[in-house]
Design a protein around this ligand. Structure first.
Ligand code: FES
Length: 74
């Protein structure tokens, strides 16, 4: 399933990047996949996929007040 329409990234692309880099950073996932954030609408979804892949529940992903920019910095 495509999770980032700007960069045409799938959920599997994100999981592969997290597994390869063992990163918890959205920016590092983009970088690992050779792209960067454009509109930022996918940030929450990518954050959730990272959290699931690493087996952790991060508070920022469940915070409805956190903006996409906050998530990109996380
Ligand atoms: S949907 Fe991912 S940057 Fe726009």
């Amino acid at each position: 399933m495509i999770v980032c329409s700007c960069n045409v990234l799938s959920d599997q692309d994100v999981r592969s990047a997290v597994k390869a880099e063992r990163t918890c950073s959205i920016r590092q996932v983009y970088g690992c996949l050779g792209c960067s954030a454009q509109c930022g609408r996918c940030a929450r979804t990518i954050r959730r996929i990272i959290d699931e892949a690493l087996g952790s529940a991060r508070p920022a992903s469940s915070n409805p007040d956190s903006s996409a920019v906050d998530l990109l910095e996380y």
